[in-house]
Ligand binder design. Structure first.
Ligand code: PEP
Ligand code: MG
Length: 925
């Protein structure tokens, strides 16, 4: 018979840490911690029901496989033996927790039930064990609340009672009771109060849910197990998996474990710790704890915890008694465990611990979520410490981590002039500016309207996950660095501040007040510095990060370059962008779009001359306008060539259809007409004449150069003279001229005649024996890819323009795919069939490797068959997308070219491509 249940207890375990797929992350790590000879940590005994049971459960109408019952009973007997307690025993009862655990951690997304096995009959036994009657009744009250919520309502698929759910309903009863008695806190409740409340809770549950709270321990256990399996398909778990790309088919395991209590008085505590600081990556033991509390209290962020030691206190800016001071012996044991865990797992671990009457238990450990900054620092530090090798260090850093290093932050100068209105814990770094909303639903709705929002909550709960994802930043009034909001935001690299005691919510929840007297309402703008934990009123400017001065970033890039083979260039067309690209390590420019000089700052004069050219009635007039434009084009190209100091610069000839440059508004038309001394009607007519039904398939790219060779001539001359002038001045240059929108070799031959003639003329003019300049083409039309063999007869290099190539391969307009793309990406169910999405991703962001990718492969293969040393690159947006970059490596491109800002990401992806070739698994997101 299949084995469905794996036991563990201090010193031994049936499973191991390698069995994540079967036991889930939590179950596998518990087995490892309990049983591995290097660890043998104090883990409360228990057992894990495998993910296979979850899969079976969903495939068989929510039923269990044969034999499970017997295996669970046997495993529970083993827990009884190890703890010396019996499940359901009135004198000495065993209580257990039932927890979820998927392969990948999904913080707070699935259900947990604690104190299972507690009934009216076993309660006296718990009193006997603990000598604390009040404690026992408090446990019972908690069980009823949790069980009614998780098992009887959510897992049973009941509609939330009275729209708010049974938990809220019971909470209201509790609050009303306390008010009635004049109590402020839960701790004010006496044993008699708790007894009365238990009865009230039971009555309310029966009335509200139509069935009584079960007094049979076994019924509680099985329903608890079922509830955890059911929570795998709960709304928020499904949502989280969609965001994180975790397949539904993995399923969750269920771990049943003997309860230990952190709420047995002031010698008890519970906490969460990280073997290194998860926000900064600094190598010190970082964590927080609460005295006399249950673990859930820390994660839920209901009470604000205290730091475990001095370094944590400094990092959190919290001056509260540390665990180290309060319980030095336990702390020393915990610190020893920290060191052993890190040595064993060779990675930063996130540990949950409980201290029950002075005895330490480890409840969970897993690889800790971290910010991008921390990921980079930890990987490189661990490399230096000899814990991991170079490949492992690189494999652990995801492109999104590096992106975070390049993340915007509040402009420091402006920030220095402002006073924060509130401070909190710096849970997620970087800066963000947005309008305040107070619910996750509003965050989703407002974002859909194109607004940027900061989600402000008292505390976040897993229900808020979609809204948290949509918001540009998150701010909470309660909670610590290990609260739900902090964990989730950190995982996403989102700006986040938690536990701000300065935020006082209004009763209607639509505004908050700060000690400075500011009242911030829904829709107001605030700015967050998530690195420091500061909140400002209004919209502070954001600036890009400056990783050039970050030693870890530099070290990472050195390592990346040691492994990667694919070249990385940038798309840049100004000296400023070129300099930025170089600073980020670009090895050249893969796309210089000449038309950019006609947009934005300083474009007035050249744009006017271009318009004059467009308005020309004769070739003679056109030539004259082009002559006037020539010095501008030359200066523009020269400036960037000079910055690039001999690195290759691919300069593309004019690409857009000319109508884009004809003014639209009446006043602009008048202005142009006046400047040119023509009738406005003539300008209007010229604009009309240039209008096309499908401009993207129209008179653009090389087609302009064919019909107006003088445009090509002017541009080539300008580029080559710019290069020649620099050469003569003793500078290095490496220009490449690129023809866009090519579909047939004849186009290239036509333009090449002009290129050859002008090159000879310019060389002669400057007295140069030779004027090196490659001549090549973009491949952005399917026909060009198919006929690449012909094109390579003329072209010395190819650059795949995958923006247009995607547009023309799919037949999707790159400019307005938004009308239907969301429907194509969404998982939809047709006629009740299994939900599916039409497309796995936006093909304009991530290269469609199957379709467009096939054209790319064909293009490279046929091109190189003609010209073996053909240089090949990509300059569409995909050049900066990590998965697409890896594809480019695999198909044998020489380089990718992307926006300057993405150059470091492309470099890392290129190194990852090499690691993957070696069979190393790399972190993707
Ligand atoms: C492309 O089509 O991929 C490309 C880089 O050119 P553009 O985006 O300028 O059309
Ligand atoms: Mg294009």
């Amino acid at each position: 018979m299949s084995k469905y249940v794996y036991s563990f207890g201090e010193g031994r375990a049936e499973g191991t840490g390698a069995m994540r797929e079967l036991l889930g992350g939590k179950g596998a790590n518990l087995a490892e911690m309990a049983g591995h000879p290097d660890l043998r940590l104090p883990v409360p005994p228990g057992f894990t029901i495998t993910t296979e049971v979850c899969t079976y459960y969903y495939a068989h109408g929510r039923t269990y496989p044969d034999g499970l019952k017997e295996q669970v009973e046997a495993a529970l007997r083993e827990v009884e033996r190890l703890t010396g307690r019996q499940f359901g025993d009135p004198r000495n009862p065993l209580l257990v927790s039932v927890r979820s655990g998927a392969r990948e951690s999904m913080p707070g997304m699935m259900e947990t039930v604690l104190n299972i096995g507690l009934t009216e009959k076993t309660l006296p036994g718990l009193v006997a064990q603990t000598g604390d009657e009040r404690f026992a009744w408090d446990c019972y009250r908690r069980l009823i609340m949790m069980y009614a919520d998780v098992v009887m309502e959510k897992a049973a698929g009941r509609e939330p009672y009275k729209g708010e759910g049974i938990r809220k309903f019971l909470d209201n009863i509790l609050e009303a009771y306390k008010k009635d008695k004049g109590y402020q806190f839960d701790v004010d409740l006496t044993t008699a109060d708790l007894q009365a409340l238990v009865q009230m809770f039971k009555d309310a549950v029966h009335r509200a849910l139509g069935e009584p709270f079960p007094e049979d321990p076994w019924q509680q256990l099985w329903a608890g197990i079922g509830a955890v399996f059911a929570s795998w398909m709960g709304k928020r778990a499904v949502e989280y998996r969609r965001i994180e790309g975790i397949p539904d088919t993995w399923g969750t395991a269920v771990t049943v474990q003997a309860m230990v209590f952190g709420n047995m008085g002031n010698d008890s505590a519970t906490g969460v710790a990280f073997t290194r600081n998860p926000a900064t990556g600094e190598n010190f033991f970082y964590g927080e704890y609460l005295v006399n509390a249950q673990g859930e209290d820390v994660v839920a962020g209901i009470r604000t915890p205290a730091p475990i030691n001095k370094p944590s206190a400094r990092a959190q800016g919290r001056n509260l008694p540390t665990l180290e001071e309060l319980m030095p012996a336990v702390y020393a044991q915990l610190e020893d465990i920290r060191n052993r865990l890190e040595r064993h797992y060779r990675d930063m671990q996130d540990i949950e611990f409980t201290i029950e009457r002075g005895k330490l238990y480890i409840l969970q450990c897993r690889t800790g979520k971290r910010t991008g900054v921390a990921a980079v620092r930890m990987a490189l530090d661990m490399l230096k410490e000899g814990l991991i090798d170079e490949k492992e260090a690189l494999a652990r850093i995801a492109p999104s981590h590096v992106l975070e290093l390049l993340l915007p932050r509040l402009d420091p100068e402006t920030e220095a002039k402002h006073k924060p209105i509130a401070k909190g814990l710096p849970a997620g770094p970087g800066g963000a500016v947005g309008q305040v909303v107070f619910t996750a639903e509003d965050a989703v709705a407002w974002t859909a309207q194109g607004k940027k929002v900061v989600l402000v909550r008292e505390e976040t709960s897993p229900e808020d996950v979609d809204g948290m994802h949509k918001a540009v930043a998150i701010l909470t009034g309660k909670g610590g660095m290990t609260s739900h909001a902090a964990l989730v935001a950190r995982g996403w690299g989102k700006c986040c501040i938690v536990g701000s005691p300065d935020i006082e919510f209004s009763p209607d929840g639509k505004s908050f007040r700060t000690p400075s007297g500011h009242v911030v309402k829904e829709g107001d703008w605030i700015s967050l510095n998530g690195t420091k934990g500061y909140v400002y009123l209004g919209q502070l400017p954001l600036v890009n990060a400056d990783p050039k001065h970050d030693a870890y970033f530099q070290e990472l890039m050195r390592l990346v370059d040691k492994y990667r083979r694919l070249g990385v260039r940038a798309n840049a067309d100004t000296p400023k962008d070129a300099a930025q690209a170089l600073a980020f390590g670009a090895e050249g420019i893969g796309l210089f779009r000449t038309e950019h000089m006609f947009y934005g700052e300083g474009s007035e004069k050249p744009l006017f001359l271009l318009r004059k050219m467009i308005m020309s009635r004769t070739a003679e007039e056109r030539r004259q306008a082009l002559d006037e434009l020539f010095p501008y084009v030359k200066a523009d190209v020269k400036a960037t060539l000079e910055v690039m100091e001999g690195k290759p610069v691919t300069i593309r000839l004019l690409d857009p259809p000319l109508h884009e440059f004809v003014p639209q508004g009446e006043d602009k038309i008048e202005e142009l007409a006046q400047a040119l001394g023509v009738d406005p009607e003539e300008v209007r007519q010229r604009g009309e004449a240039l209008r096309e039904a499908n401009p993207m398939l129209g008179h653009r790219g090389v087609r302009l150069g064919i019909t107006y060779p003088e445009i090509t001539e002017m541009q080539i001359r300008a580029i080559l003279e710019a290069a020649a002038e620099l050469l003569v001045a003793g500078k290095k240059v490496d220009p490449e001229i690129m023809i866009p929108v090519t579909c047939t070799a004849a186009e290239l031959v036509h333009q090449k005649v002009l290129f050859d003639r002008i090159r000879a003329e310019v060389a002669a003019k400057f007295g140069l024996a030779e004027l090196p300049c490659l001549y090549g083409t973009m491949i952005e039309i399917p026909r060009a890819a198919l006929r690449a063999g012909d094109l390579a007869q003329v072209a010395e290099f190819f650059s795949f323009g995958t923006n247009d190539l995607t547009q023309m391969t799919f037949g999707f307009s790159r400019d307005d795919i938004g009308s239907f793309l969301p429907h194509y990406l969404e998982k939809i169910s047709v006629d009740g069939q299994k939900p599916m999405s039409i497309l796995p991703a936006d093909p304009f962001q991530t290269l469609d490797q199957e379709g467009v990718g096939e054209l790319v492969r064909i293009g490279i293969e046929r091109g190189r068959r003609t010209r073996p040393n053909l240089k090949v690159g990509i300059c569409g947006e995909h050049g900066g997308d990590p998965e697409s970059v890896k594809f480019c490596h695999r198909v044998g491109m020489d380089y990718v070219s992307c926006s300057p800002f993405r150059v470091p990401i492309a470099r890392l992806a290129a190194a990852h491509a090499v690691l993957e070739e070696m069979g190393v698994k790399v972190k993707k997101a």
